[in-house]
Design a protein around this ligand. Structure first.
Ligand SMILES: [Zn+2]
Ligand SMILES: [Zn+2]
Length: 276
């Protein structure tokens, strides 16, 4: 009994637990169908295949990552099939066709795309982002430093991998007055770092008059955080209002807010994996 409790405990706090929590939340929020439900159904399938990729990395523990993508490419290539299959099966048409090409094409094609993304990431490179999320997360969790990736400096980029912020979130915890409990989550390695509360996550604007917030009663715990200086925005998830939300998934759930932001002339700092 004790033993099984212990194992359950370990399981919940283990790193694969991270993927399970996202999957459960996506399954739950996908229930009411409609366009957002479809996005979340697809995202849940993507998360399942990312978990599988992550599990593949973990199962080969005798070979730790090099942290250098060129050397680790073979690992990503060997683990990519579940994700490509998932996209071919559940993805929207242009992506599904592309997945088919990548599955049937030569290995070099995918390798080149991954290396290109590593040097200069873009949020519209879906497959690169989807495959490198579990990889960078694995590097982070095994404590390996990244080699050969130019890190952007400053607190607006992920201190671990240099990635852009995907979202911001507020949580209740012992706070340093400075951060006011606001964190940014990295779009690449999915880790979080503390960030000041009233500052644009893109350009660093601090004047409150230049920073706008948009909130809709439909999504009580999520808001648009927009900047009138750089015209960029990010979504913020407030975990003090809804403690069991999963920022990565709830951010997609609130896709209608992105529509509002776009209509008002703001561009997202980083599109999420499903392209919203
Ligand atoms: Zn990162
Ligand atoms: Zn700004």
């Amino acid at each position: 009994m004790m033993m099984s409790l212990l194992i359950d405990d370990l399981e919940a706090n283990s790193v694969p637990g991270f993927w399970d929590k996202q999957i459960q939340r996506a399954d739950r929020l996908a229930k009411p169908r409609g366009s957002t439900g479809k996005l979340l159904e697809f995202y849940a399938e993507l998360l399942r295949s990312q978990k599988e990729i992550y599990g593949y990395f973990l199962s080969g523990q005798e070979s730790l990552p090099a942290g250098n993508l060129e050397e680790d490419l073979v690992l990503i290539r060997n683990s990519s099939l579940p994700l490509l299959r998932t996209v071919a099966m559940y993805g929207p048409e242009p992506l599904a066709a592309e997945a088919q090409i990548l599955m049937n094409g030569n290995r070099q094609l995918l390798d080149e795309r991954l290396l290109g993304y590593w040097r200069s990431p873009s949020d519209i490179q879906f497959f690169e982002k989807a495959l490198l999320q579990p990889y960078t997360r694995w590097l982070l969790d095994t404590g390996i430093s990244l080699v050969g990736r130019e890190l952007a400096s400053g607190d607006r980029a992920c201190p671990y991998c240099g990635g852009q912020p995907q979202l911001s979130f507020l949580q209740a915890r012992e706070s340093t007055a400075e951060s006011g409990n606001r964190d940014l989550m990295c779009a690449t390695c999915l880790s979080a770092w503390e960030f000041r509360r009233v500052v644009c996550a893109n350009c660093g604007e601090e004047r409150p008059a230049k920073l706008g917030y948009f909130h809709s009663p439909e999504f009580d715990h999520i808001r648009i955080e927009a900047c009138d200086t750089c015209k960029r925005y990010i979504k913020g998830v407030d975990l003090t209002r809804l403690g069991h939300a999963m920022p990565l998934v709830d951010e997609i759930y609130a896709a209608p807010l992105d529509l509002w932001a776009r209509e008002h002339g703001y561009t997202k700092i980083e599109l999420n994996l499903v392209g919203v």
